[in-house]
Design a protein around this ligand. Structure first.
Ligand code: SAH
Ligand code: AVI
Length: 331
């Protein structure tokens, strides 16, 4: 492991993918070199991208973080009392800030849960793990570095028969296309035994103006986060994409009930990647779809769970149905 955590109660695991994960070169060849141009959202999250995401979460426009945080503050004691997890396993844990409500609830209940964050962005996870074990002397963190698109069946989870609470917060499942979201829930379900549960945060359909503002904050953090993927491509693939030539756009697609984030070329230009010895021509006004963020209704949430043989045990809803936190189990 490259990063040695400072506390012995933090163990750092590398997760071997179950199936082949396309490399950045594969993804660029398949999805960027020709239209329609898209990129998988995981490439946002280099160290700078993770910091920018944290800045987005602090903006007044980006309501999902504070809304989910408030729901967790309110519901964590009940969730922990209900599940009494021996293991708390979190996908895409980031800074783990909101997860602290669950860990604090474990502390209050005297439940010595072991925490298993799983992240593609290792540094933010390891920093969060160090801070958590400093705050909770009983806590052990098994930090898992890897890519969840490579599957979950190689996660180095303890096979001790302990109760598992899976956690997938922030609405991140909304960054998956419908098929991929269902496949991911199926993979989580396959790791769940009777008594285990999944805590899922999903954002809700609402006024398009509110949604679009959340993805285009006035301070410009979302625009910087979107454009940062150009830095990642240039750095990793020896590219010459002109970052200043791209505008940030966030549009709510009402039919598909999803926010779409685009990088739109302000003028025509050519791009070349030395690692591929290939490139492409962008026309003025042409876009790259860098992220979808699906928004749900009560009905589409229930449909998704039912499709994956899961059912909600509890559904915590924010005011105005702005956000949902669902405690689900296998049906
Ligand atoms: N759960 C946190 C962070 C959400 S941001 C919150 O609710 O605030 C999405 C997180 O998922 C980021 O930390 C990102 O690094 C991680 N992530 C994105 N794609 C991933 C992948 N393919 N595998 C593992 N983690 C991923
Ligand atoms: C991580 N994910 C749920 C965020 C979202 O809202 O879709 C990523 C994000 N993109 C722009 N702002 C936030």
């Amino acid at each position: 492991m490259s990063d040695m955590p400072s506390d012995a109660r933090v163990v750092h695991h590398g997760v071997t993918p179950t199936r082949r994960i396309p490399s950045l070169i594969d993804d660029v060849r398949a999805s960027l070199l020709q239209a329609p141009r898209t990129l998988p959202p995981k490439y946002f999250y280099d160290d700078r991208g993770s910091q920018l995401f944290e800045a987005i979460c602090e903006t007044p426009e980006y309501y999902p973080t504070r809304t989910e945080d408030a729901l967790l503050a309110q519901a964590s004691d009940a969730i922990i009392a209900r599940v009494a997890p021996d293991h708390l396993i979190e996908l895409g844990s980031g800074s783990s800030k909101k997860t602290r409500h669950l860990i604090a609830a474990c502390h209050r209940a005297g439940v010595a849960t072991r925490y298993w964050p799983f992240e593609v962005s290792s540094q933010i996870m390891l920093d969060a793990a160090d801070a958590l074990v400093d705050d909770y002397p009983w806590l052990r963190v098994d930090a898992m570095s890897g890519d969840y698109t490579g599957g979950l069946s190689n996660l180095p989870l303890a096979e001790d028969g302990g109760r598992r609470l899976f956690v997938f917060l922030g609405g991140t499942l909304g960054n998956f296309e419908p098929e991929a979201a269902a496949a991911m829930l199926d993979e989580i379900g396959a790791l769940m035994n009777p008594g285990d549960a999944l805590l899922l945060g999903l954002d809700r359909v609402k006024d398009p103006g509110v949604l679009e503002a959340a993805y285009d904050d006035r301070a410009g953090h979302t625009a910087a986060f979107n454009r940062n993927v150009i830095n990642v491509l240039n750095r990793e693939l020896g590219g010459d994409m002109p970052i200043e030539a791209y505008g940030h756009q966030a549009v709510f697609n009402e039919e598909d009930e999803r926010i779409e984030m685009w990088l739109v070329a302000q003028q025509a230009h050519e791009v070349y990647f030395s690692a591929l010895d290939a490139g492409f021509v962008m026309q003025a006004g042409e876009g790259i779809l860098t992220e979808i963020s699906r928004k749900f209704t009560r009905q589409t949430i229930d449909d998704l769970l039912a499709r994956c043989d899961m059912a909600a045990m509890d559904h915590f809803e924010a005011e105005n149905q702005a956000y949902s936190l669902i405690l689900a189990t296998r049906a």
